[in-house]
Every structure is written in structure tokens, then in C-alpha cells.
Design a protein around this ligand. Sequence first.
Ligand code: UD1
Length: 430
Amino acid sequence: MKQYIIKGGIPLVGEVDIAGAKNAALPIISAAIMTDETVTLENLPDVNDTNVLLEAIRNIGAQVDRVDRHTVRINGSTICDCAVGYECIKKIRASYYLIGALLGKCSKAEVPLPGGCNIGSRPIDQHLKGFRAIGANVDIKYGKVIANCSHMHGAHIFLDTVSVGATINIMMAACRSEGLTTIENVAKEPHVVDVANFLNSMGANIKGAGTDVIRIRGVEKLHGCTYSIVPDMIEAGTYMMAAAATRGDVVVRNVIPRHLEAITAKLMEIGCEIEEGDDSLRVVAKRRLRRTHVKTQPYPGYPTDMQPQIAVLLSLSEGTSVVTESIFENRFKYVDEMTRMGAQIKVEGNTAIIDGVEGLTAARISAPDLRAGAAMVIAGMAAEGFTIIDDIEYIKRGYEDLDKKLRILGAEIEEVETEREIQKFKLTAG
Ligand code: UD1
């Protein structure tokens, strides 16, 4: 079993390059199969989730050529099967994007219900409501979503919940429907806009992405294109929190600062200095930070995917902070791990009350899910002593070279598998 071992207490200093956004890459890989022409994707993050999805589309007949680590060529003309296998897909939540993509391409789809991080019940009723509205028959049988349609047409859809997945999925299928589809109360995340931009580069006609209403006029055909995926705001935010928690000085490069405003605002509020460049942000934390309140919200609010990371930071800040999770109901599983490191956090319903402590101490902990796993790495880097983190497969789903990038910033972190490797690390760590 692979683990991270970390010697904490070292401020992170230096510059780090941010990869393409996983949550944009997953729908974009899915949408790329909707044309029979070749699509070249650049700035693709090399993380487990994207690799699993590439394997899944290869398994249904798509041609996938890795040009280099971050560039892939996809050709969907050879797709011969609209039934996606369970083995690959059970591991990733975003398998649901293949429903919208296959409906758009071949008017039918059979996709196993998604797996992914266990952070709440995660229904997909809004996705299905949208597909039905544009004319698809949708059933859930034998653990799969089975959808087909003889004629997809425009519709007016009002989402009951602001959902990133439902917005993107319906948008993809509607690209190939006849007439105008209007989706209201949509998600406005940068990755929603990125997927719309990508589909438009393929010849779709989508307007309004990034606002509350998206209008899609269906087109006969989509064509090939070359597209570079937007930088990952959550990866960037994670390094910003890591810089702050270790009282470091870090520049995150290849970012769009506007996408990070909710995170930047919170860091400034609690006492970090932030310097904004054209495509970079510098975070400096010179002293112990202050308390605050955080409530997760759809974009442009504070992202739920950055909730565990800021909770770690606040567990080390002065005073009592309150973190309210309003998107997913099961996103405080890391609190038990933090308690083992000396944090003082009490969870009541969807709220965590955090009494800041002077310091954390190392412990053997595990990564409860992807983002909480990254938060545990931050906790380990801020804590005194050697922290060992189990279940790091969760972290590898969404962070490219996390340990390597942190080492560039001066962290003592290593991926290990055996007791011998752990002992060696302890002997050699600076
Ligand atoms: C995506 C992201 C995830 C992020 C989340 C919110 C991917 C692969 N994952 O997840 O990292 O945390 O957005 O920014 O991009 N809901 C329903 N019915 C639905 C769909 C959603 O009730 O049909 C609810 C969910 O339970 C949740 C809220 O809507 O409470 C938001 O979920 P959604 O935005 O859909 O999240 P995901 O797309 O699953």
C-alpha cells in the first residue's frame, strides 16, 4: 500500500506550475468523442481520473494517442459500442459525462452509475431530468443509466439545484438536439465555461456559459479542433493553502487569478499577503493567521473542493472559526484525522467549529477522499514530526505529481511502500 511520509515544520518557498483542470478535462475528454474528426487536447492533467476516462473511451472504440504527457489526440469515429464498461468507470464520478456525450453522438448510452469520492449522496436526478426534457428515454436498470432517443429537440430546463455536472451534461447532449435549449439556474464554474468554449471550438453554438442562463442552439455536426484546458483552480488553491499553513512564500504559476478570487479574499482576510501577476499569484504568510467564517457555495462563492484545505489552515489560526459546508453533506470525514494531530474541531450538522491551536503534531492518518486527502498532506507539512498518510490513491485521482511539486517548494515528502523506505526517509530527511 502506497503512503506519503512527511517531515513537517518546513515553510514552503518557491514557484510551482499548476496543471490543467481535472474537472474541465473530464467532460472535455467525454465531449471529444462527439465528433468523428480528430480532437487534440493540450494542458491535460496526467492524473488517475483522466487516465481512467481515456481508458474507458478507448474501450468503447475511440482512438486515443498520447502525444506527450499533457497532450492527447482523440478520434471518436471508430466508436462501435455505446455501452461503457463498469470496471474502469466505477472508480470515477465523472463517468456520467459519457451519458450526455454518447446521447449527443449516437442517440443512445449505457453508462454504469458513477463512483468517485464518497462525500455525500450525490444524486444525478437533474442530469436525467434534462435528458428527458430534450426527448430522451432514460431508465436506471442493473446499476446503469440506459438512455436512448429517436429525436432530441430543444427544451426549456430549470435546474432545481445548481449542479456543475448536470449543467455540463445537458449542455453536451443539447449541442446535437434540434432547435434551442435553454438551461436556467446553471453552474457558473470556470470549468463549465471551459467546456462550453471547447464545444464551441468544435462547432457548437452555446451562449451564456458563466452566467445563470445557458442557451444552446443545436447543430448538425461537430468537427475536430485543438484545445488547451483551463488551469486547475483547485490545485492552485491547494498550494496557496499549503503556503499559508507552513508560513511560507509561494508563487503559483499558470493560473487565472480571477478564478481564485474567493480563495484569495479569504487568505487576505486572515492575514496573508497576496501579490497578483498576470497569470500567477504569490502567497506570503509571515505570522500566525487569524480566524474567520467560511461557507461553501457554488462559484463565484468559496468552493466546496477547497473546504478541507482551509479547515486545516484555520485549525492553526488564532481564535475560533466556523466552516459551513452547504454543497455536500459528508465532507467533514477528515476531522477525526485532524483530531489525532491535535486539532480542536467540533462538527455540528453541516458546520465545523474550529478552535485554533498553536501547532499540530504528526500522526499516522489516512486520506478520506481526494480533497480531504490533499488537506491531510497540508496538515502533515505544518505539523511537527513525521506524518504518514494512508490511502493516497484518492489524492492521485486529482493531483499531478503532488509530492514532486511539494519537494520543489522545499517540503520533505516521499511516496513510500515499505517499512524499510519509511525508516530510510526518517534517517535521511533534513
Ligand atoms: C463537481 C465536481 C466536484 C465539486 C462539485 C461542486 C467533477 C468531476 N466534480 O461535482 O469536484 O465538488 O462539482 O463544485 O467535476 N445535485 C442534485 N442532483 C443532481 C446533481 C447534483 O441534487 O442531479 C446536488 C448535489 O448533491 C450537490 C449539489 O447538487 O449537493 C452540487 O453538485 P454538483 O455541482 O452536481 O457536483 P458534481 O458535478 O457531482
